[in-house]
Ligand binder design. Structure first.
Ligand code: FAD
Length: 459
């Protein structure tokens, strides 16, 4: 950005403008994934909708590229783009719970931990992701799934309205009654339609839940996956269990003798009667003797943050995902092959259940394109050492490529990698894509908001 434009933006905006020559710049351009090393033209922290409107107006009128930062957790690092200006929502963090109405108003830059903490005081919560440092913004706009999905649906299924700053700088509230087409598109269509300054969610009863982890040696992966694919879909909605391949971390609750071993298993969350946790998580039908089985009653926010310590900011990440309506025998062979090749201690593969309550929503009601999918899968190559960036990416891409023919063809938009094609965006939205391009044309005809998995405006 030249000096004149920088001077003009500093004059136009109330808050700070962090430019490359400023000492705060190094920190401001960092995102969660350390594989992303981009140099934005500037970062503009915003405190309220007025700041966002001023920023959008200035950037659009001056022909500057725009990126938007919620929690900064996207795998492809979409919150910072070379030479673009980042509208940074991180100062806009805050949650107001209305316990009588059972709603929460959540500022656009809040993190999941903010929401879980605020709602838990009232024995309430929203179904969302499993790491508390993830942004409410990006997660919700992509759909959002986690430990409560089978019980209460996707995160977007609890969204009742959103305040949005549009590309023309105007401010609207989108809901079933107001701008219903925009509200439809926001529920899965990502950050394509504007900057959401506030989300309002319907809250659900959730307090202490039954947490469980059951691990098996990798030579049992075939038996475990065959059992899991039959067991989970017929289990009550109160039982959520995501399948995982992992290297057992050297930390509690895992006993030392299994530290560092490649294993597979299920991470459970039980929202039913706590006295029946063990019965629900360790059914007689289970496929083999586990190498490790742990259950404990836990406050919901503790479950939501239990992986935070393993996954601090600053690791190298490369991921790809796909949706699955079944786990075929062919897929199980691919899982067995690549689980044995997990390249680093944190790399993993998860299958998150997205059936139960998420299946009971009309497929056309939101922009989420796969109400018939039973699992949202992700292969994640993760490691602290930049030297291993090539190895984790190669494992991820090879694994994903061999598994992809067993998928439904598209994957969760929030699990798309840094270098996936426009065809993959179409595959994510499937038959919702054309409608999304029409809504995009109405609300962002010049594609100002394109630092995302981009939906291009209809011709
Ligand atoms: P950002 O990088 O800030 O934003 C991502 C995209 O959303 C960008 O295009 C950005 O412009 C846009 N955006 C963000 N906020 C706004 C806003 N307020 N208005 C308009 N646009 C906005 N997903 C799940 O569903 N379930 C999980 O359990 C889960 N676990 C995860 C765990 C980890 C450790 C990580 C890194 C990710 C996980 N995810 C999960 C994926 C997560 O949903 C995406 O990475 C999501 O994009 C993160 O949102 P963010 O706001 O933190 O990211």
């Amino acid at each position: 950005m030249d000096g004149t434009t920088l001077e003009a933006i500093r004059t136009a905006l109330r808050g700070p403008v962090i430019a490359p020559q400023d000492p705060e710049y190094a920190e401001a351009r960092k995102v969660y994934n350390a594989m992303i090393d981009r140099r934005p033209a500037a970062v503009v922290p915003c405190r309220d909708a007025a700041d966002v409107m001023a920023a959008v107006n200035f950037l659009r009128d001056n022909g500057l590229d725009v990126a938007v930062r919620g929690g900064g957790h996207s795998g492809p690092g979409l919150a910072v783009i070379d030479d673009a200006v980042t509208i940074d929502l991180s100062p806009m963090s805050g949650v107001r719970v209305d316990p009588a109405a059972r709603t929460a108003q959540v500022a656009g830059g809040s993190l999941l931990g903010d929401l879980d903490h605020a709602a838990h005081a009232f024995g309430l919560g929203v179904p969302a992701g499993i790491v508390s440092t993830t942004g409410v913004g990006g997660l919700t706009l992509g759909g959002g799934h986690g430990h409560l999905t089978r019980k209460y649906g996707l995160t977007v299924d609890s969204l009742t309205s959103a305040d949005v700053v549009l590309a023309d700088g105007s401010f609207v509230t989108a809901s079933e009654e107001q701008h219903p087409d925009l509200f439809w598109a926001l529920r899965g269509g990502g950050g394509n339609f504007g900057v959401v300054t506030s989300f309002t969610f319907r809250l659900h009863p959730v307090d202490t839940v039954g947490l469980g982890i059951t691990l098996y040696p990798l030579d049992k992966i075939g038996e475990v996956l065959r059992w899991y694919r039959d067991f989970l879909p017929q289990a009550p909605d109160d039982l959520n269990g995501f399948f995982a391949e992992l290297v057992v971390p050297p930390a509690p609750p895992f006993p030392e003798e299994i530290h560092g071993q490649r294993m597979c298993g299920v991470v459970w969350c039980w929202t039913g009667d706590l006295a029946r946790t063990e019965e629900a998580l360790a059914p007689d039908s289970r496929p083999a003797a586990p190498a490790f089985h742990f259950t404990a009653p836990m406050p919901y926010p503790m479950v939501q943050s239990m992986f935070d310590g393993l996954m601090p900011t600053g690791l190298q990440w490369y991921w790809r995902g796909d949706f699955f309506d079944r786990i075929t025998d062919e897929a199980i062979e691919v899982h067995a092959k690549y689980a044995n090749l997990i390249p680093t201690g944190l790399s993993t593969m998860h299958l998150y259940p997205i059936d139960g309550a998420a299946h009971r929503v009309d497929p056309g009601a939101t922009a989420w394109g796969y109400r018939d999918a039973v699992w949202s899968g992700i292969v994640g190559g993760i490691d602290p050492d930049p030297e291993n960036a090539g190895a984790i990416k190669e494992w991820c891409v090879d694994y994903w490529s061999e598994l992809h023919p067993q998928s439904m063809g598209g994957g969760y938009v929030n699990f798309m990698g840094a270098d996936e094609s426009q065809d993959r965006v179409r595959a994510t939205y499937r038959d919702q894509y054309e409608r999304l391009t029409a809504v995009k044309k109405t609300y962002d005809p010049d594609n100002l908001f394109r630092a995302n998995q981009n939906i291009t405006p209809a011709a």
